[in-house]
Design a protein around this ligand. Structure first.
Ligand SMILES: [Zn+2]
Length: 87
């Protein structure tokens, strides 16, 4: 039995046979709702191990929750991972 077509490309070309279950995208891309002061305060509160200030450039993963997200930021000093909410 042939699989039911659920979507097609806007230019009429065939969809590729294989598609990843979850498209992984970088935390750098797209837009989020961010409460800037809240985010800054959490970065300044720092690492739960060594208390050093966290740097957003050390984000290693992100879990999106609608328009906001949880950033997983690695401590630049001791490599401890900390989850930071954006709002
Ligand atoms: Zn640390």
């Amino acid at each position: 039995m042939k699989a039911k077509k659920i979507a097609e490309m806007s230019d009429g070309t065939e969809l590729p046979e294989w598609r990843p279950e979850r498209t992984k995208y970088s935390w750098r891309n797209g837009r989020r709702i961010v409460k800037q002061g809240f985010l800054a305060d959490q970065l300044r509160a720092g690492c739960s191990e060594c208390k050093k200030t966290l740097n957003i450039i050390n984000t290693v993963d992100e879990m999106t929750q609608g328009l906001w997200s949880i950033l997983y930021i690695q401590c630049g000093a001791c490599s401890q991972l900390k989850a930071i909410k954006t709002t």
